[in-house]
Design a protein around this ligand. Structure first.
Ligand code: HEC
Length: 99
């Protein structure tokens, strides 16, 4: 009995921790995006899915998506950073960000 409870806890805990942290704590660099893409900005990203943001950032990086400013910004982020930022934005992170 004790043993199966322990196993259950071990399976559940990492999932809970990861899910909780994602929406709350912005990944590195993410709050910078809010300055130009947050609520009330000219280019809000509220309706964008994580996959759309990842695809756009990849396009900025490899030049297939012509742009003025974003290619320089995107170049500074690893694919991992971008995935984390995209998840955060898609989860509504920027609308909770008051900075
Ligand atoms: C200094 C202002 C600024 C910052 C900071 C900024 N962006 Fe941008 N973003 C722009 C501009 C301007 C465009 C329009 C494309 C261009 O000319 O570069 C754009 C376009 C985009 C687009 C495509 C939007 C569309 O409607 O086509 C995405 C997605 C995006 N940015 C994501 C991000 C992410 C993610 C971050 C944070 C890592 C970020 N941006 C930070 C200014 C900014």
């Amino acid at each position: 009995m004790m043993r199966s409870l322990l196993v259950l806890l071990l399976v559940l805990l990492p999932g809970l921790a990861a899910g909780g942290a994602q929406a709350q704590v912005p990944p590195p660099g993410a709050t910078m995006c809010s300055g130009c893409h947050g609520e009330g900005s000219i280019l809000p990203l509220d309706d964008w899915t994580a996959a759309q943001i990842v695809a756009a950032m990849a396009g900025f990086k490899d030049g297939s998506r012509p742009a003025t400013l974003m290619p320089r910004l995107a170049a500074g982020f690893s694919d991992q950073d971008i995935a984390a930022i995209a998840d955060w934005i898609a989860a509504g992170g920027m609308s909770h960000d008051t900075r």
